[in-house]
Design a protein around this ligand. Structure first.
Ligand code: SAH
Length: 459
């Protein structure tokens, strides 16, 4: 490690920037965030830089750089387009033992700016010592996804509560308590903009810890999307990496499951057609029991938890048992399959509305509002409709849908094994048999299916 990362307190300290262009402006933004007082010397200056200087209580000195300017500043940045001037600034600053940064010239610097991930008072700096700035930026992007946007506010809350917690708990428990604060429901509350509730939760929990010190559990009901792990949300990924135990479905792809914390306990609660490996009531109860043991429980579902996912029933039980929970939306199968098969669900010329409906057979029959489904200019997406496909086809035609209405089956959508089979509402059941289509598969019915020829070439 050639460069030691330090956290520099620049509040109200005068810092000189030599240069007034876009690079100088970028550095000024950073220094302004650290509440430095900005001095800029340059013949010309961008509007933004001028604003930053004024807002920081500093000064814009119109003209050329001269060494006298270094006498009353704590730090110098040279960001001009003139290599000779930049070099002179470096020589002069080093003679005075002032920290100096010359943009894009590591040899002339005594310090460099790391790539920064910022969450309020929290700052993560990544430095490659100038050897691989692109790598540092890539790492920054990865860290960005891991730190929730609300973390800064949580850190501020922690700052405000530090004294109270210190007074309430002995040292041995304090660490565990803060661990609970930074991993538990408070982060979610702050993220959803419920800062006051978060403070209340913290105080209530603090009181509970004074009586019986133990962390409370929590449930994350997370949509894992239709298969491709790239379709997870940042929040889903973060919570997946925090979980102690995961309950997952058959629909959650292996690639998505791979991203759950390695040492989390895994419980398969998947359902197969006509075969419920774990009845829904037992799943609901298991979630409550595990959370009561103080665990962070991840309930990972295919697609979106609230689209044919029984997520509502699960959180109903949690609310009843007063277990804190968070719900994270996922990309539902219809949306994922649409994009990955080149079939837009709406289109100005073909469909002004779209309907998601379950084609799941109950005791071998399908009771659906068929008349509404044959409405023109509407796309209908059937979930769980593979076994009932022949019935769906017959009923749509019997209720007046043209037999040559375009229709598609998307099997294992968004995964590497995705297959798309197109035909008409009359031919699709035969095609499904011929191609041995397997679950999970989705049926899309409507004029938009024809657009695949034009838009689906890339799949
Ligand atoms: N909550 C899920 C849906 C659960 S119902 C979601 O929002 O996507 C299960 C049905 O979803 C399956 O029978 C199938 O019709 C559909 N489905 C789920 N994943 C799919 C995929 N990768 N490709 C095609 N259909 C899928």
């Amino acid at each position: 490690m050639r460069y030691l990362p330090l956290a520099f307190d620049l509040k109200n300290r005068p810092c000189l920037i030599v240069g007034g262009g876009s690079i100088a402006t970028r550095k000024a933004r950073l220094l302004k965030k650290a509440e430095a007082c900005l001095m800029v010397v340059a013949p010309d200056i961008t509007d933004e830089l001028h604003q930053l200087v004024l807002a920081s209580g500093g000064e814009y000195i119109v003209g050329r750089y001269h060494a006298d300017l270094l006498k009353c500043v704590d730090l110098v940045v040279a960001a001009t387009a003139d290599a000779t001037v930049n070099k002179q600034v470096s020589v002069d600053a080093r003679a005075l033992r002032l920290p100096v940064n010359v943009v894009d010239s590591p040899d002339l610097c005594t310090f460099t700016f790391p790539s920064i991930v910022e969450r309020g008072p929290l700052a993560v700096g990544i430095s490659s010592g100038g050897s691989a700035p692109v790598l540092a930026r890539m790492l920054r992007a990865q860290i960005e996804t891991l730190l929730s946007p609300g973390l800064g506010m949580v850190a501020e809350l922690a700052g405000r509560m530090r004294g109270k917690v210190k007074a309430a708990l002995p040292e041995a428990q304090r660490k565990d308590f803060w661990h609970w604060v930074f991993n538990g429901p408070i982060v979610g509350q702050v993220e959803r903009g419920h800062g006051a509730d978060a403070e209340q939760t913290l105080l209530k929990e603090l009181q509970r810890w004074q009586e019986t010190p133990a962390p409370g559990g929590e449930v994350y009901l997370v949509g894992g999307g239709p298969g491709d792990p790239d379709l997870l949300t940042f929040r889903a990924l973060r919570l997946m990496q925090q979980a102690d135990v995961v309950l997952y479905d058959r629909l959650v792809s292996d690639e998505v499951l791979e991203l759950v914390r390695r040492d989390a306990e895994r419980i398969y609660v998947g359902k197969k057609k006509q075969f419920h490996s774990v009845p829904q009531d037992d799943i609901n109860q298991l979630l409550v029991d595990l959370a009561k043991e103080g665990k962070k429980v991840l309930r990972l579902k295919g697609g979106d938890p609230f689209v044919f996912g029984r997520g509502g029933e699960e959180i109903d039980k949690l609310a009843e048992a007063q277990i804190p929970f968070q719900v994270v939306p996922g990309i539902t199968a219809a949306i994922g399959c649409s994009a990955y098969s080149g079939i837009p669900l709406t289109h100005r010329d073909y469909a002004q509305s779209v309907r998601f409906i379950t084609g799941h057979l109950k005791q071998g029959t399908l009771v659906l509002p068929w008349q509404e489904l044959v409405t023109p200019n509407q796309t209908v997406v059937f979930y769980m409709g593979l076994t009932g496909l022949a019935t769906i086809s017959e009923q749509l035609i019997a209720h007046g849908m043209a037999a040559d209405t375009p229709a598609a089956l998307v099997e294992k959508g968004t995964t590497r094994e995705q297959r798309v089979i197109t035909g008409t509402i009359a031919t699709l059941p035969g095609l499904a048999e011929e191609h041995k289509v397997e679950a999970p598969a989705l049926t899309i019915v409507g004029g938009v299916v024809n657009l695949r020829e034009k838009l689906g070439w890339f799949n």
